[in-house]
Design a protein around this ligand. Structure first.
Ligand SMILES: [Mg+2]
Length: 276
């Protein structure tokens, strides 16, 4: 189950928290926007107390713009773990730059096959539009994404395009039949993603626990989509202490609650992140 961030108090949180993992969009920041300076100060403060992970479906470039560029100089970057593209890649700070610890990319053959299948079926289904905002197909290495209106479409256009998911689901079904060994799912409001099978945020939190040599149960995960259709939902079954928030304002409050818990004498002295 997920705990509601609106009425969370320190005593609700487990003792012995070893890491706090955050979803990005609509948790740390509004979708695709940089997080607030208040959030920057709050995250920075947490890095002095525990390991702070960011787990997102987006790419590292978005994590840089939305999170890293806002963090102040006092941030303990060595206590941070960045897990973009749903944990298929993992980055740690080596003292001067973000070093990629691992990357599970689709093979070049699978990426080409995914792009070909997405375009062919989108054309057949009448949703391969010429007048769009940016690329319709983006190769993210670990994920190939089709965006019906282009990557840069304004959110108003995106949200009204396929509100009942019929068009995305039909495309996803056709592509999945071509690529049964890959995961094909409808992603955002206009997108269909092709990725390795079994890659979701549950996979990411398990990888995080392995990396830090801690129990999944000692990770607190904060996210906005803990409903069964949401992309944060799988972490609940993975066994983290899950906190559901309504948006960045509530996340700020949850960060305060976490910081109070982590400052309690029983929590202090806990190992932060193992050295690289
Ligand atoms: Mg989110």
């Amino acid at each position: 189950m997920a705990h509601d961030g609106s009425d969370l108090v320190p005593v609700d949180l487990p003792r012995g928290i070893r890491a706090v993992a955050f979803d990005l969009d609509n948790t740390l920041a509004r979708s695709k926007q940089p997080m607030s300076e208040a959030m920057g100060r709050s995250l920075s403060g947490l890095t002095a107390l525990t390991t702070v992970a960011v787990i997102t479906g987006g790419r590292l470039g978005l994590v840089r713009r939305q999170v890293l560029d806002v963090l102040g100089p006092s941030t303990n970057r060595s206590a941070m773990v960045l897990m973009p593209t749903s944990g298929t890649r993992c980055y740690r700070w080596d003292g001067s730059s973000w070093r990629c610890l691992y990357s599970y990319d689709l093979s070049p053959e699978d990426r080409a096959a995914a792009a070909e299948s997405l375009e062919r079926h989108a054309r057949e289904q009448g949703i391969w539009f010429e007048d769009v905002w940016g690329d319709r197909i983006e190769d993210r290495g670990s994920q190939v994404t089709f965006s019906a209106l282009g990557q840069l479409a304004p959110s108003s256009a995106k949200e009204s395009w396929d509100p009942t998911n019929v068009l995305k689901n039909r495309l996803a079904e056709a592509v999945a039949a071509d690529l049964p060994h890959l995961e094909v799912r409808s992603g955002g409001s206009t997108s269909v993603d092709v990725s390795l099978k079994g890659i979701d945020k549950a996979y990411a939190v398990r990888r995080l626990a392995d990396l830090l040599r801690i129990d999944v149960g000692s990770i607190v995960f904060v996210g906005d989509r803990m409903d069964p259709d949401g992309n944060d939902y799988p972490v609940i079954a993975a066994g983290v202490f899950a906190v559901r928030v309504s948006g960045p304002d509530q996340t700020l409050r949850v960060c305060d609650v976490l910081a109070s818990r982590l400052r309690e004498p029983a929590s202090l002295g806990a190992p932060v992140v193992p050295a690289l």
